[in-house]
Design a protein around this ligand. Structure first.
Ligand code: NDP
Length: 300
């Protein structure tokens, strides 16, 4: 399998998305600006943020600097952001999206996702995403954290199919049924918390595979994502780890080792995600628009 750092996945509307990117959840604005600059300097061409992370402004600043420093153009970097739960609904999604573009210092994003399926609202939010797509302000649109029944809801009414479902996906949480459904409908699976937020890195089986290939556990997991055909967006605030997480193109996992990792699945979702139970709001989070403060560094 000849994968390179430039490998892309062709989404269902023909747009090419880098298979490896960097996520910036739980990083403040200054940190996000710095991590984005390191990532782009070291060859990453995709960044994943969200209004909910409170760091779109930092991402926008880091991206602008990185493009200038590396002689790149906006079109060279694939930028994803997400609709904040509190903004969901047709008109409020459209209205609030303009602020997201301003903070990101861009007039379009490459991928726009519904961050969470807020019940009673996500269908209207999807119609707003279709409007944004038709206006050329998002090159692709998709969802995040949608289970099969909610994906079916969207597919029933959509004029434009979701291109991506961004889900928690790592060796201990593989969501096989949802992945199979997405594969069948040509919705690409993108892995959030590919390293399990760090908690999967001490797994003994993964450690032994890492020893065998002389790689770190993080590298083994990320290579496994690539070989599974999943889009992956590990997060780090350390330059050496950002480099390490992209140094995954000089080896290939054997079919047996891929199967061994596939076998580690035990439905072990992160606590926060489990608490969400596919509906309502994440614990401790209010979806009132009025409660949102753009200066807040991050929520959660
Ligand atoms: P990850 O699975 O990417 O793990 C990040 C953690 O692992 C951090 O603590 C990081 O520490 C550490 N880490 C990273 N690389 C290494 C390494 N090579 N060796 C050892 N430790 C390492 O977690 P996230 O939850 O951040 O998920 C990734 C991205 O997915 C997010 O940033 C966000 O963009 C997206 N996401 C989307 C969600 C959604 O609902 N759609 C939900 C959650 C995440 P350090 O930073 O200190 O290096």
């Amino acid at each position: 399998m000849s994968l390179t750092m430039n490998s892309t996945i062709t989404l269902n509307n023909g747009v090419k998305m880098p298979q490896l990117g960097m996520g910036v959840w739980q990083i403040n604005n200054a940190g996000a600006a710095q991590s984005v600059q390191w990532a782009i300097k070291h060859g990453y061409r995709a960044i994943d943020t969200a209004k909910q992370y409170g760091n779109e402004a930092g991402v926008g600043e880091g991206l602008a600097k990185a493009l200038a420093d590396n002689n790149l153009r906006r079109k060279d970097v694939f930028l994803t952001t997400k609709i904040f739960n509190g903004d969901q609904g047709y008109q409020s999604t459209l209205d609030n999206f303009e602020g997201q573009l301003n903070r990101l210092q861009t007039d379009y994003v490459d991928l726009l996702l519904i961050h969470w399926p807020v019940d009673g609202k996500y269908m209207d939010t999807w119609r707003a995403l279709e409007t944004i797509y038709r206006e050329g302000k998002a090159r692709a649109i998709g969802v995040s954290n949608f289970n099969i029944s909610r994906l079916k809801d969207i597919l029933k009414m959509a004029s434009i199919k979701p291109a991506v479902n961004q889900m928690e996906f790592n060796p201990v949480c593989q969501e096989g049924d949802i992945k199979q459904f997405c594969d069948r409908h040509n919705i690409h699976l993108e892995a959030w918390s590919p390293l399990g937020g760090g908690r999967v890195l001490q797994n003994k089986v993964l450690e032994s595979i890492a020893d065998k290939y002389d790689k770190s556990v993080a590298q083994i997991i990320l290579r496994w994502d690539l070989q599974r055909g999943v889009i992956t967006i590990p997060k780090s605030v350390h330059e050496d780890r950002i480099v390490q997480n992209s140094d995954i193109y000089d080896f290939e996992l054997s079919e047996d080792d891929v199967k061994l990792i596939n076998g580690l699945d035990n439905d072990d979702r992160s606590l926060w995600y489990g608490g969400f139970k596919w509906s309502g709001n994440p614990e401790g989070y209010t979806d009132s628009v009025a409660s949102w403060d753009d200066d807040k560094e991050f929520i959660h």
